[in-house]
Ligand binder design. Structure first.
Ligand SMILES: Cc1ncc(COP(=O)(O)O)c(C=O)c1O
Length: 1010
């Protein structure tokens, strides 16, 4: 029958509701495949769902439905489910006659409130876990229910899904290949599949039938609705269906499925045999879906609902096709707490009962003893990343070590997170940003080139290839072993190509037989000569290569598939030291470090290595750092590290001895400054710099009254806290001391005066403070301010403000201090120092953070006059300030900025980023303001009434961290996201940052703001 003639209008539905149920409510249409469904809203309460059947609906089926829901009401203690509502006559299934004279059945159910799954963004692991949990409860609740209708023929039953074969002609090319592939896989395993546990199951936890709680952060699945597709079938299908829909729209579909399966298994334990069929079951549900869509497009071209899931279903099918079924099965096993590889225990017990000698594998090396080296991301032995990459140096260090331990084989590496794999070549975009393959799956034995490798057991060659290339294996051989019915493989990497490729697939190598020789670099893929030896219980479908390193997120699977090769040799030295856990580190800190020290992020991170604009934790996870303006020219910049190391090896004394390093650093700084600022004092921190600056003020003016900005921060020393409104007006603060005079934050966006032309007004506020000092009968000591107020929320000073304020302060006899601790040394792009943006020359400039690139080094620059008045006879001695090591570091930082044109980079990348952020603010109006200069930017989040959005800002920073991007928040209302990365930050980094910001801005918690 024509679809349009079957349709029921909203008005008709409203009339039916009143007539049959005596309920008044407002009606809106809902999607539905067979029934016509309506949402009924009432004044008090959650409301109802009205279902009107198609003509000639089978009464047995409706009886089945009602009994099923009544069964769930009794048995599903953990469940929220729709309840059957009887009509005015007490009947649970009513009947009407439609305009065409057709009899139609009418049913009413209670409405389950919440949001449907498809409207929830983001859909995170915890949410998917709760979906699994609820589906498990539902399977549990239906245990024991049966009805003849549960055994009907049904196209949406995965067990019956081979009906789709007769529609294969609807597809062509890739789509046909994919569908046939899954149909054939399913058919081939059907016999075993049909023997799996069966029950009546819900059978339709699709993305419009799953109800999620209303919280915008960490919501949970509350219920599955619409029991219309319930059927007696294999239990595994229930979780398969939940997965099929809930993994849509994720980069990594397999990874997205795992929390669902884990959750399901926690409330309804799955069996190992069932997990073998889950991959196919998920695929076949999607095959049914796309086949139905293809058929229905022809039969009912106006029914949009039928097409809803077609596109994402195809996307998942395409991804699913690329996943090895065995790999998927092992992932599911791991998620459920089984050994990922079914043979793991057998291999381990066989290996524990047999002893192999290293000298069997390396007959020319007369040793069975091992010396362990740590090449993990935290290893001090490998030192700087660049030294690790210097093959001659690395080989030299290995040789040197070998000479010290001539009778041992240098080895290690199983499950080590390796820093070397952090190049983007190993990157993959997962569901939470970029992931690198970093966990090493084999053991490396560092041996001379040409060392012959021999077989430990009888073997058949399954791979013998030339895998040369940067950081690859070189010559690679994989052998298959079949011992006492245990099948496994061993892999030998970094061999000479000639010796590896002389084998043919299928060649037999007997125990003790020769496999190949070790290669040297560059042939072996650019490594010092060593054997990468790995054991594998499965080859999956790899034929030319096999991963030697794994993603951290998959490590549970990989360590089961690739057991520790040392289980063959049992070398005691090869222990796996996982270091101290983060929990232990936190525990100790809590006990023995001051409580006022804070830790960043809800889940703190332990950082063990820095490279340029990246930081790495102990697992090798790489974070893009947009926070750290201290690591100015890049974390662990090689030349800066070398400058410090080299000077440290010679001498480190103090500034009382002559040394050219102190002069060099002074010269380097003076070159960047206007001629008036020509005298330097070196100190160790920004706080010390400001502390000294204020002493200079007192010595020069005889006054101690300081004028500073609201929400300004100038350091942690006594006097610095006294002039930092950020601290004394913040938590634990006691307000401004008597001699500190605070003017309003010159914030043109949300401050006392708003708009670009407010410079003069804010300068008048400075004048007001000068007047207050005078009214107290005292004189002004100094005016201190940052050129862009960092803790205040990256506040750019309005045009004209600084020049006018300097004029007023100087007229009152005060000195002007520019605190460049955050913004100095080229970060702002247009100028090297922040005050230069405003065409003023301060009397004193304080410099800190960037100057030492992480080493404690700071400086105070002043005019000759200020310096001379300070030198009143009292010696200024600073034990560490100006020592040769610090000065060597500072000089190299300045040289690096110049040599690598990093100020220009800050300008170019900063301008690009600012333009992109401004474009983003057009898309997402909660970005109220984008401001800053160079690579010192801020975005401020506000609602339409310009109220600050602290919770959203915090959410954004934490979600960005989940995606491997570190960001910080600040401002008096904690609603400013600060961007101040090392200035080696690239345009690609900026693009990545924008990409993820855009992603997070679309999430429910962010879009809920009006
Ligand atoms: C503007 C400003 N001045 C001074 C300081 C104090 O520097 P330090 O922490 O090196 O003592 C800071 C530190 O954050 C700062 O941001």
């Amino acid at each position: 029958m024509n679809y349009d003639n079957l349709k029921i209008s909203n008005q008709q539905a409203e009339d039916i509701l009143l007539e049959i149920f005596n309920i008044k409510g407002s009606v809106s249409e809902l999607p539905g495949e067979v029934d016509f469904n309506f949402r009924i809203k009432i004044e008090n309460g959650d409301g109802y769902i009205l279902k009107i059947s198609r003509p000639n609906e089978d009464e047995r089926y409706l009886d089945f439905q009602q009994k099923l829901l009544q069964f769930v009401e009794v048995n599903g203690q953990n469940l929220i489910a729709p309840k059957v509502i009887a009509d005015v006559n007490g009947t649970s299934i009513s009947e009407i006659t439609d305009a065409f004279g057709n009899k139609r059945k009418v049913r009413l159910f209670s409405w389950v409130s919440g949001r449907v799954w498809s409207n929830v963004n983001p859909q995170l692991d915890d949410l998917r876990y709760s979906l699994g949990e609820q589906c498990g409860f539902l399977t549990q609740a239906l245990q024991g229910f049966d009805h003849p209708e549960a055994h009907r023929e049904f196209v949406w039953d995965i067990a019956q899904s081979l009906w789709t074969k007769s529609h294969i002609q609807l597809f062509k090319d890739d789509q046909k290949e994919i569908i046939e592939y899954f149909q054939n896989q399913f058919e081939a395993s059907q016999e075993e599949y049909l023997r799996l546990r069966k029950a009546t199951i819900h059978n339709d936890a699709n993305d419009n039938n799953v109800i999620v709680s209303s919280e915008l952060i960490n919501p949970k699945v509350q219920a599955a609705i619409d029991y219309g597709d319930a059927i007696n079938t294999q239990i595994i299908n229930d979780v398969a269906i939940a997965c099929a829909y809930a993994i849509m729209n994720h980069n990594d579909a397999l990874d997205a499925a795992l929390p669902i399966i884990k959750g399901y298994h926690s409330t309804f334990p799955l069996q190992e045999d069932e997990l073998k069929h889950l991959y196919n079951a998920i695929a076949m549900r999607l095959v049914i879906s796309v086949t139905k869509s293809a058929i229905n497009k022809i039969e009912e071209p106006n029914n949009d609902y039928l097409l809803i899931s077609e596109k994402p279903a195809w996307e998942v099918l395409k991804k699913w096709r690329t996943i090895n079924p065995e790999f998927a099965q092992y992932s599911f096993r791991e998620a459920c707490g089984f050994n990922a590889h079914p043979n793991q225990n057998r291999f381990e017990s066989w290996a524990s009962q047999n002893n192999f000698q290293l000298s069997d594998m390396f007959p020319t090396i007369n040793s069975n003893e091992v010396h362990h080296i740590d090449l993990s991301v935290s290893s001090k032995w490998i030192g700087h990343q660049q030294d690790f990459n210097d093959l001659d140096l690395f080989q030299f260090k290995i040789d040197q070590l070998q000479r010290k331990i001539p009778n041992k084989i240098i080895a290690g590496g199983y499950l080590e997170p390796r820093p070397i794999y952090t190049s983007t070549a190993y990157d993959n975009i997962g569901n939470n940003g970029r992931e690198s393959r970093s966990i090493h799956l084999g053991i490396d034995y560092w041996l001379p080139e040409q060392t012959p490798i021999h077989a430990l057991f009888d073997s058949e060659v399954v791979m013998a290839i030339n895998d040369a290339g940067d950081k690859e294996y070189g010559g690679l051989v994989v052998l298959k072993h079949d011992i006492e019915d245990l099948k496994f493989y061993t892999l030998y990497g970094h061999l000479t190509v000639a010796s590896a490729t002389k084998h043919k697939i299928g060649d037999i190598i007997k125990k003790e037989g020769f496999i190949a020789n070790l290669a040297n670099y560059p042939e072996n893929g650019n490594w010092a000569p060593h054997l990468h030896f790995q054991v594998m219980l499965s080859l999956f479908e790899y034929t030319v290569d096999y991963p030697g390193v794994a993603y951290l997120s998959q490590i549970g699977l990989w360590k089961s598939v690739c057991p520790n090769p040392n289980s063959l040799f049992k070398s005691e030295a090869l222990h796996n030291d996982n270091g101290i856990s983060n929990e232990d580190l936190i525990g100790y800190r809590k006990q023995h470090l001051g409580k006022s020290l804070s830790l960043q992020y809800k889940e703190p991170i332990k950082m063990v290595r820095g490279v340029g604009q990246y930081l790495m934790d102990q697992f090798g996870r790489q974070y893009l750092d947009t926070v750290n303006n201290v690591a100015h020219v890049g974390h662990e910049n090689y030349n800066v590290v070398k400058a410090g190391q080299e000077q440290m090896a010679l001498i480190n004394t103090n500034s009382r001895y002559l040394h050219e390093n102190i002069n060099d650093l002074a010269k380097g700084l003076i070159e960047t400054l206007p001629p008036e600022l020509s005298v330097l004092h070196f100190v160790n921190s920004g706080s010390e710099a400001n502390e000294l600056a204020i002493r200079m003020v007192k010595a020069n003016t005889g006054e101690r009254d300081i004028i500073a900005s609201e929400v300004g921060y100038h350091g942690n020393a006594n006097i610095c806290i006294d002039i930092s409104s950020y601290k004394f007006d913040g938590k634990g603060g006691k307000g401004a001391p008597e001699h500190t005079h605070i003017f309003p934050l010159p914030d043109a966006f949300r401050g006392k005066y708003r708009g670009a032309e407010t410079g003069k007004q804010y300068a008048e506020e400075v004048q007001k403070q000068i007047n207050i000092v005078h009214e107290k009968g005292r004189g002004v000591g100094a005016f201190i301010i940052e050129p862009i107020i960092s803790c205040g929320g990256q506040i750019e000073l309005p045009e004209g403000f600084l020049a006018k304020s300097y004029e007023y302060v100087r007229a009152a006899g005060g000195l002007c201090i520019s605190d460049e601790v955050q913004v100095g040394c080229g970060r702002l792009g247009k100028t090297f120092w922040g005050f230069q943006l405003h065409n003023v020359v301060p009397d004193i400039v304080t410099i800190g953070k960037p100057l030492g690139n992480g080493h404690p080094l700071a400086a105070v620059v002043c005019t000759q006059e200020v310096a001379d008045k300070f030198a009143n006879g009292m010696e200024y001695f600073n034990t560490f300030g100006g020592n040769p090591v610090s000065c060597a570091i500072g000089t190299e930082v300045l040289r690096t900025v110049k040599r690598e044109k990093l100020q220009e980079n800050a300008l170019n990348v900063g301008e690009y980023l600012k333009t992109e952020l401004k474009a983003l603010s057009k898309e997402f109006p909660i970005i109220g303001d984008v401001r800053g200069q160079g690579l010192f930017l801020g975005i401020e989040l506000v609602d339409s009434q310009v109220n600050p959005l602290a919770a959203q800002t915090d959410y954004l920073a934490n979600r960005m961290k989940d995606h491997g991007i570190l960001m910080s928040t600040d401002g008096p209302d904690h609603n400013v996201l600060k961007i101040k990365p090392p200035i080696v930050f690239t345009k690609d980094n900026a693009e990545e940052l924008i990409f993820y910001l855009r992603k997070i801005f679309t999430e429910d918690f962010m879009t809920s703001i009006k």
